[in-house]
Write a protein that binds this ligand. Structure first.
Ligand code: CAA
Length: 396
């Protein structure tokens, strides 16, 4: 393959849960002011999966339009990134492979490193495509973010899946070298196998994230990366959207530029936050929802260089760039994304609370689930310790 052949994101599609809890509704229970939610953390609503949805149904729903548009003939690898896996052994991607009828000649594997997993998958995918540009790789990021009830993290919950098709001569964004990397053993956020909610030291996690911005940026520059003035906009991992503004101030400072002009920082970052502020944290998918927001709501970006800062607690961080491809707008899925957000059914706090304490039965018996999911796939039942998924058809 010629050294200058572009490799990157050819298609990007996301879906989210079918229910939505607004921060106005959450605030009625917590007593926190709306301005704390809207301005302090930059969140307005959170997606909540219905009981018959999980990372698999959201992932299949996000990926279906990608397969419909491009076919599956060239896909030889499916990389599924998540930190809220449904099984300790089987890759969630195999359910997606089956639901979408992908060819048998595909390798499927699941990757984990907190919210960073999808970026590892994207980098592996670009390397695979560079080694054989006739192949395409499906990268899927899907997560349901859950914190303890009545904890500070609860307001930052969310759920979404992003599906990306990685190929040579991509329609959306070509991924560039080099990358800046930073790994540090830190207990800022983690989830032991016996817990369904994350354990988090909120303040420590903020410090770890911001330090990682500085460290990954310096490594990026030392490896010959572009000066920040050449980068049009940076998409950050957004566990809550306000952190992206703080991270950008840090990046400006790390690059020796003025980080104090808050209005300029707001203007630079706001186009990347439109989806995450109403969906909440989608962990591995969050930075790619920031990219969708930027491409769909920002000014024309043809030929511009974008920066990406990916952070996964624990912790691993990566700063890299991508080149927006001329004519990218023709490949966007703006209407479908807005519809996936708009169709969510609002729930009140009491319903949210009831859903949160309802876990799937673990007795191995057959339990049917009521059809509530609004997407194309649903979890129909659990039976013999298996999750049984099906195409959703029309809701009764
Ligand atoms: N009006 C406007 N702003 C207000 C306000 C009001 N009435 N009241 C408070 N605020 C501001 C505060 O000043 C604060 O802003 P600063 O940080 O700029 O000072 C902000 O709102 C949040 O207030 P608190 O710190 O009091 O909020 P909190 O105790 O509820 O905790 C949190 C916030 C630590 C982020 C918590 O939501 C949390 O633990 N979240 C989960 C952890 C997390 O997301 N960490 C991010 C890095 S780790 C990561 O990135 C991985 C991942 O996905 C989790």
């Amino acid at each position: 393959m010629p050294a200058d052949t572009a490799v990157g994101i050819h298609d990007l599609s996301f879906r989210t849960g079918s229910l939505v809890l607004t921060h106005e509704e959450l605030g009625k229970h917590t007593g926190a002011s709306l301005s704390k939610y809207h301005e302090g953390i930059g969140q307005r609503a959170m997606s909540v999966p219905s009981p018959d949805e999980d990372i698999v149904t959201m992932a299949a729903d996000a990926t279906r339009p990608v397969i419909e548009r491009h076919g599956a003939d060239r896909i030889r690898t499916l990389l599924f990134a998540t930190e809220t896996a449904v099984d300790q052994s089987k890759a969630a991607g195999i359910y997606v492979h089956s639901l979408l009828g992908l060819p048998s000649q595909v390798r499927v594997v699941e990757l984990k490193q907190a919210c960073y997993g999808a970026t590892a998958a994207l980098q592996l995918a670009t390397a695979l495509v560079r080694s054989d540009p006739t192949q395409q790789v499906l990268v899927i990021a899907s997560d349901v973010a859950r914190y303890d009830l009545d904890s500070p993290g609860e307001a930052t919950q969310g759920a979404a899946a992003a599906a990306m098709l990685v190929s040579a001569e991509p329609a959306l964004v070509a991924i560039n070298s080099p990358s800046g990397l930073f790994t540090q053993d830190v207990m800022d956020f983690w989830r032991p196998n016996y817990r369904s909610t994350a354990v988090v030291d909120g303040r420590k996690s903020l410090g770890a994230y911001i330090r990682a911005v500085d460290a990954a940026w310096h490594d990026y520059r030392e490896r010959g990366g572009l000066p920040l003035e050449k980068i049009h906009t940076v998409c950050y991992h957004q566990p809550f959207t306000r952190i992206a503004f703080k991270a950008h101030q840090q990046l400006l400072q790390s690059a020796g530029l003025d980080g104090d002009d808050e209005a300029a920082v707001d203007e630079a970052i706001a186009p990347t936050t439109r989806y995450n502020e109403i969906i909440g944290n989608s962990y591995t998918a969050s930075m790619y929802l920031a990219l969708a927001s930027l491409l769909e709501t920002g000014s024309a970006l043809d030929g511009e260089t974008l920066g990406f800062f990916s952070y996964g607690s624990g912790s691993v961080a990566e700063f890299f760039t991508g080149q927006v491809r001329p004519g990218y707008r023709a490949a966007l899925r703006t209407d479908a994304h807005r519809e996936a957000v708009a169709r969510r059914r609002p729930i009140d706090y009491a319903t949210y609370r009831r859903l949160r304490v309802q876990d799937l039965p673990t007795d191995g018996q057959r339990h049917e689930l009521t059809h509530q999911a609004l997407g194309s796939f649903r979890l129909a039942r659990v039976q013999a310790h298996q999750r049984i998924y099906e195409a959703a058809g029309r809701r009764p």
